[in-house]
Design a protein around this ligand. Structure first.
Ligand code: NAD
Length: 502
């Protein structure tokens, strides 16, 4: 570690020591404890130590939060505010997120172990941008008049749904919350946000900052707790109109069941993925593709729904490509998440560490060839780190090629010809994203059209913008976050037909 990064690291560590951690529930505009007094520990993945004891919201706390959100919706304290004014307050919230960027980035890094540089440059930037984007959009979406006969006037208007529950994961805590909360608030709903039990701190600060931005009490509630207790209580609640979920496919399916067992609330699911990253022999720039392939699986410790976890290499270039890739992998050796020079941090939990090491053991047992990594590291810190891992010779039907690992473990497969590449790329239950590298424009279009994925990248990876929708096909879920399309999830269409007197 250089002197400069050592000092930077010390500065972040000192800030972390001075930080006051929020640790209750945020209901009707104030922090409170769970009615039962129960708590759950939140850990620092970089040290394996307890960071805070968080309130655990039971069914009665969820009832209280939903009732408050319903009351706010019913009396129109937010729904009836003009779209322009709603937009102004969301823009204010975006500005507050920017103003508290260091503090919020630190909360993300402390809870989930991601590098502080990424929390600042990716998570916080994206969260603020999301609130600003929907703030700007709030008064720019028009309703419709239908082309009906002259004796009538038919209006097709969008109306907010009511109480939206946003249930989100830990890999991008504030960023994923923003993708749900911002469009739901822009359209006039009340929201009950449930962060993951591993990463509740930034969500609580979001609740407080929303109040400061002028979003009335009750309109954004935050209930913390685990899935089977707090998440299930929201999923089964008869007065929640919609659940917007991001998380695993397994839990996404549970939410469909909860809706069927309760009030048929609508459910939107952003679930897992097994992204195919396909490199043809005519790839325009092998070095750039290798750097992208490494980032695709090692950024955010591989804890990404869209991680490029399957690298499909044209057999003609497999060998030189792997050499370039191994060189890139060395740049992701795990380090202290509070050191601004660190590119890969810790896995979120001891359970996640076990899951990732289990996948590595399984891949070895299935005959895949370990090229690098495959081991836990930095054990002396007490934290949960895994070295960047690459397996070659992975069989398309093997567990590693089929199941989400959610860690820094890359499966490399090779192919001969477009047809085989497509069969392997589309050969999983998931359909979140895919990427293809080729210099042939015809092939790029042909291949992109046939890929079964919600997002396809050509000659790049993980590019995007608030203007384009994000979501999956198949077991990756349905419904889209980002862009104006996300507004459809939080509004219902109403037809008002008026007979006109002659
Ligand atoms: P998870 O499914 O375990 O948890 C997600 C949320 O659901 C958490 O808030 C959790 O408390 C809650 N939950 C868990 N069990 C529940 C239950 N029985 N009933 C109700 N709620 C429950 O997922 P995770 O481990 O937090 O996140 C990793 C998963 O998220 C991965 O599969 C990843 O692919 C997915 N993900 C998808 C996207 C996307 O946009 N498609 C983005 C990020 C993460």
């Amino acid at each position: 570690m250089t002197q400069a990064t050592h000092e930077d690291r010390e500065r972040w560590a000192e800030r972390a020591r001075r930080l006051t951690l929020p640790c209750g529930l945020f209901v009707d505009g104030a922090m409170c404890q769970a009615l039962s007094g129960e708590t759950l520990p939140v850990y620092n993945p970089a040290t394996g130590t307890v960071l805070a004891q968080m309130a655990l919201a039971g069914k009665e706390d969820v009832d209280r939060a939903v009732a408050g959100a319903r009351a706010a919706f019913a009396d129109g304290r937010w729904r009836k505010v003009s779209p322009r004014e709603r937009g102004r307050r969301l823009l204010h919230l975006a500005a507050l997120l920017e103003a508290h960027r260091d503090e919020l980035a630190l909360l993300e890094t402390l809870c989930v172990g991601k590098p502080i540089a990424d929390s600042l440059a990716v998570d916080l930037r994206a969260a603020a941008r999301t609130f600003a984007w929907y703030g700007e959009a709030a008064d720019k979406v028009y309703d419709q008049l239908a082309p009906v006969p002259p004796e009538a006037l038919a209006m097709v208007t969008r109306e907010p749904l009511g109480v939206v529950a946003a249930v989100v994961p830990w890999n991008f805590p504030l960023h994923m919350a923003a993708w749900k909360v911002a469009p739901a608030l822009a359209t006039g709903n009340s929201v009950v946000l449930k962060p993951a039990e591993q990463s509740p701190l930034s969500a609580l600060r979001l609740g407080e900052l929303a109040m400061e931005a002028g979003i009335p009490p009750g309109v954004l509630q935050v209930v913390c707790g685990d899935g089977p207790t707090t998440g299930a209580a929201l999923g089964l609640h008869d007065d929640v109109d919609c659940v917007a979920f991001t998380g695993s496919t397994e839990v996404g399916k549970l939410f469909l069941g909860y809706a069927g067992a309760s009030n048929m609330k609508r459910v939107w699911l952003e679930c897992g993925g097994k992204t195919a990253h396909v490199v043809f022999a005519d790839c325009p720039d092998l070095s750039r593709a290798a750097a992208a392939a490494a980032d695709a699986i090692f950024f955010n410790q591989g804890e990404m729904c869209s991680a490029g976890s399957r690298l499909l290499l044209d057999a003609a270039i497999a060998s030189p490509f792997l050499e370039l890739l191994m060189e890139q992998a060395r740049r992701y050796e795990p380090g202290d998440p509070l050191d601004p020079a660190t590119r890969m941090g810790a896995l979120v939990s001891a359970a996640q560490l076990e899951r990732v090491l289990g996948s590595i053991r399984q891949a070895q047992a299935d005959g895949a060839r370990l090229l690098t990594g495959g081991r836990q590291c930095r054990q002396e810190t007490g934290g949960w780190f895994v070295a960047p891992t690459i397996f070659d010779g992975v069989e398309p039907r093997s567990v590693l090629a089929q199941e989400e690992v959610f860690g820094p473990v890359l499966a490399v497969l090779s192919f001969r010809g477009e047809a085989e590449a497509l069969a392997i790329a589309n050969g999983t239950l998931y359909g979140l994203a895919a990427a293809v590298w080729t210099a042939d424009l015809n092939r790029a279009h042909r291949f992109a059209r046939e890929l079964r994925a919600g997002t396809v990248w050509v000659n790049c990876f993980e590019e995007g913008d608030m203007t384009v929708p994000f979501g999956g096909f198949g077991h990756s879920g349905f419904g889209r976050d980002k862009s104006l399309h996300a507004l459809d999830k939080y509004t219902d269409l109403k037809t008002t037909w008026m007979a006109l007197a002659p």
